[in-house]
Write a protein that binds this ligand. Structure first.
Ligand code: FES
Length: 129
């Protein structure tokens, strides 16, 4: 006999509440999840950083840092700046960053957050665990 994985849907928030707060961390039967609303999209990630297991979803959401360029042909540094739309989750333990919508590390796309299936059902945010 083989083992069977049983999944179920859990309502974790109201859409309006998530819109307002942009990020919530919820505990679903001992499993912590971060649920995000950004750019009209909803995402959910396990609250475990792929670096050393830190509570990544409790980190700040910040604009992605970019290197600005200036001068003819854009060959001179314009100093650090921020991307106008991309947002990263910054892990509070060591500062690793992850795109809030893709979960990927900006420099190494083989590293990323573990997604949780999530959907909007009417006014409810529903995760499948
Ligand atoms: S545990 Fe997240 S950056 Fe190290």
């Amino acid at each position: 006999m083989s083992a069977r994985v049983v999944r179920r849907d859990v309502v974790v928030a109201r859409l309006d509440d998530l819109r307002e707060r942009e990020r919530i961390v919820v505990d679903v039967e001992g499993t912590e999840l971060g649920v995000y609303f950004y750019a009209d999209e909803v995402r959910a990630w396990y609250n475990v950083c792929p670096h050393q297991g830190g509570p990544v979803c409790q980190g700040k959401m910040m604009p992605r840092t970019v290197q600005l360029v200036r001068g003819e042909g854009g060959l001179k540094s314009g100093g650090p700046g921020f991307h106008p739309t991309d947002r990263n989750i910054v892990c509070p333990w060591h500062g690793f960053e992850f795109d809030v919508l893709t979960g990927k590390h900006p420099a190494d796309h083989s590293v990323g957050l573990r997604p949780v299936p999530v959907r909007v059902d009417g006014d409810d945010i529903v995760v499948t665990i």
